[in-house]
Structure formats: structure tokens, C-alpha cells
Design a protein around this ligand. Structure first.
Ligand SMILES: *Cc1c(COP(=O)(O)O)cnc(C)c1O
Length: 365
């Protein structure tokens, strides 16, 4: 006798996150490894955040503020939108899931680029909605083709800007011709998890565009530039109607009290933000130079990671692992020849480049 697990759930390929350093080291008997596998901020959390968290600890027996008033108010001021247009989540991943559950039923279609963040696909399959994968154009979302793919059954379109794992962006001009082509009944979700890293003036911040499409939702997170991946806090910005709907069926205490306190402190820490951006800029230059010297092609990135062509992504990932450098193979995204490397500190990037040179050297012998 087996429990009645639905077939669509049995068929799901679970999301494979980067392994924690401790687990990898235990498995391989290594020490002092560097993890460049999950697009975390190499700088670590800001000292302000740590101070705020320490002060909050004695209150842990209390439930969190279920509507996160302090953080929502602060964010509203920060973003220049009314507080009723923001809802917080247990990471922006929770918002991805809630949006799909809110708008897509079994049989409905959800459109995304074939090389977009895998969680969109996974969440759709979990609810029985059909992910429609649109061909990418040289590692970029093809916004024309994405608009073209919208049909009767389309409920949502997911766009990641910058996209993970490609690190590419779509421009204001592309966005301007895309948005008017999307019917008002279709929800457009723009995932801006890495927006703070983008320097390109052609980058469209879609938060400014709410009001131009009733179904526009922008997602942001504290996991990346703000260094709070371990605490799980992200948010959605959209029309007050959509935000109200999301608020109705999220869990009442979906954002824990430490996450709320830490996110407030992180928003106040301009210095940490600037330092994180500066570190990403120098890492980008360092890795571009180092990869070019090793004759490795990479995709120019606007985020804090880089997709690089190493020939055999799985084999190179494994060989790097044995040299104490953890990266992500990309076969799950249809790039079996590639790995994704998160920007680290100068020393960590150097460790990666040296390890990669060693791996190439070894395979030539
Ligand atoms: C990392 C990432 C997120 C953030 O997820 P959280 O749940 O907020 O940690 C969202 N979208 C993309 C594309 C990402 O790479």
C-alpha cells in the first residue's frame, strides 16, 4: 500500500540548491573550502544587522508582527510606493509560489524564458499549471517571443531581470514595447533579485511602472545584495488589489521577527550596500580577466555571478569540488557545458581561478 501522492508531485524534479560548505567538506574530507555556488554576498551581513539582531534576541518568545508594519512602512518610503502595494514573504521564493497559486489553476499556462530561474517552472508543475518555455536569444530573454507566446490560457508571465543563471538583462526599450502587448488579464511578474548590482542606465526598474498594467508585480529580496539569505525575507510590489489578495492567503506569520529586524537594519545601511556593489564590480573585472586568460568564454553579467563555458560542467564542478571550490553545474538549465560562479572576495575569486587552471592542466595530461 502506498500513500496517494499525486502524479504531478511524483514527477517533480526537486530544486537542487548549492550544498552547504560543511556538508561538502564532510563528504570529501576537506577543510577551508570556498562556496561560490548560491549567489550569496561575499561580504557577509552588515555589522548594523548583527547588532540589531543581537538586541532582538530576548524577544524571541513573541510571535512576529504578522503585518510587518515597521519594515513595510520603511520599504514604502524607500521605494516611493504606498505601503498597501507591498507584501513581504519568506524570501521572494514564497511570493513566486503564492503568485502561481493565486492566478494559475491546473491546465493554465505560465510563460517564461527557457533559461529563466528554475523555481518558476517548479512551482507551476506543483500546482498542475503548464510552464510554457520560450526560446532564449543568446542568453537573453526574448521579450518579443515572450509576448508572442501569450494565449487564451496564459495567466502569468515570469521575467527575471537580471536573469539567474545568465546574468543578462532586458532593457527599458525592450520592456516598453513588451508591456503594452500583454493583455490586462495576464499577470506580469518581474523578478529583480539582483537589481541592486546593475549599473547599466538602460535597465528598467519596473517598480516605477505600476499603474501602467493592472497585473504588474515586481519581486525583490534581501537575500542577495543585503546579505540576508539565511533569514528568508523578500517582497512583492504591485497594485493594492493583488497585494491584498496575496496577503489573504499567505501564512499569518510568514516573515519571522529576526528577518524583519535585520531587513530594517539592512535598508538603513547605505555603506554596506555601496561596499557590496563595489566588491561585485571588482570581482566582475577580476573574473573576466582571469577567465579570458584561461580562454574560457563567459556571458557578460549584470549580477553577482557569471556563467562560464568550461566544456563539461558536471566534470569541472566535481574536479573543482575536490580542490575545495564549490560552484554550480548548469545541466538543469540546459547548459551542460557551463558552470555558474558567484562573485567572491578577491582571494576567493583567485582560489577559483587557480583551481580552474589546475583542473584544465590536469585534464590535458
Ligand atoms: C536568489 C533569487 C531569488 C531570491 O530568492 P529568495 O527566496 O528571496 O532568497 C529570486 N529570484 C531569483 C532569480 C534568484 O536568483
Amino acid at each position: 500500500m502506498k500513500p496517494p501522492i499525486p502524479e504531478r508531485i511524483r514527477a517533480l524534479e526537486p530544486y537542487k540548491p548549492g550544498k552547504p560548505i560543511e556538508e561538502v567538506e564532510r563528504e570529501l574530507g576537506l577543510r577551508g573550502s570556498v562556496k561560490l555556488a548560491s549567489n550569496e554576498n561575499a561580504l557577509g551581513p552588515s555589522p548594523r544587522v548583527i547588532r540589531a539582531l543581537t538586541q532582538a534576541l530576548p524577544g524571541l518568545h513573541r510571535y512576529p508582527d504578522g503585518s510587518a508594519v515597521v519594515l513595510t512602512t520603511k520599504l514604502a518610503a524607500h521605494l516611493g510606493v504606498p505601503p498597501e502595494c507591498i507584501v513581504l514573504g519568506n524570501g521572494s521564493n514564497e511570493m513566486i509560489e503564492l503568485l502561481v497559486r493565486l492566478f494559475a489553476a491546473p491546465g493554465d499556462e505560465v510563460i517564461m524564458s527557457e533559461d529563466a530561474f528554475l523555481v518558476y517552472d517548479l512551482v507551476c508543475r506543483a500546482v498542475g499549471a503548464r510552464p510554457v518555455k520560450v526560446k532564449a536569444k543568446g542568453f537573453h530573454h526574448d521579450l518579443e517571443a515572450l509576448a508572442e507566446a501569450v494565449g487564451e490560457k496564459t495567466r502569468l508571465v515570469f521575467l527575471a531581470n537580471p536573469n539567474n543563471p545568465t546574468g543578462t538583462i532586458f532593457t527599458r526599450a525592450q520592456w516598453e514595447s513588451f508591456l503594452p502587448r500583454i493583455p490586462a488579464r495576464v499577470v506580469v511578474v518581474v523578478d529583480q533579485a539582483y537589481c541592486e548590482y546593475v549599473d547599466d542606465p538602460a535597465y528598467p526598474d519596473t517598480i516605477a511602472d505600476h499603474g501602467r498594467h493592472p497585473g504588474l508585480v515586481t519581486l525583490r529580496t534581501f537575500s542577495k545584495v543585503h546579505s540576508l539569505a539565511g533569514l528568508r525575507v523578500g517582497y512583492a510590489v504591485g497594485s493594492s488589489e493583488i497585494i491584498d489578495a496575496l496577503g489573504r492567503f499567505r501564512q499569518p506569520f510568514n516573515v519571522n521577527s529576526l528577518a524583519q529586524v535585520a531587513a530594517c537594519a539592512a535598508l538603513d545601511d547605505r555603506e554596506h550596500l555601496d561596499a557590496s556593489r563595489a566588491l561585485a564590480r571588482s570581482a566582475r573585472a577580476q573574473l573576466e580577466r582571469g577567465l579570458a586568460a584561461l580562454e574560457v568564454d563567459s556571458v557578460p553579467s549584470h549580477a553577482n555571478f557569471v556563467l562560464c563555458d568550461v566544456g563539461d560542467g558536471a566534470a569541472v564542478t566535481d574536479a573543482l569540488l575536490h580542490r575545495g571550490v564549490i560552484v554550480r553545474p548548469m545541466f538543469a538549465y540546459g547548459f551542460p557545458h557551463m558552470i555558474r560562479v558567484t562573485y567572491g572576495t578577491d582571494e576567493e575569486n583567485q582560489r577559483f581561478l587557480e583551481a580552474l587552471a589546475g583542473v584544465f592542466e590536469e585534464s590535458r595530461r
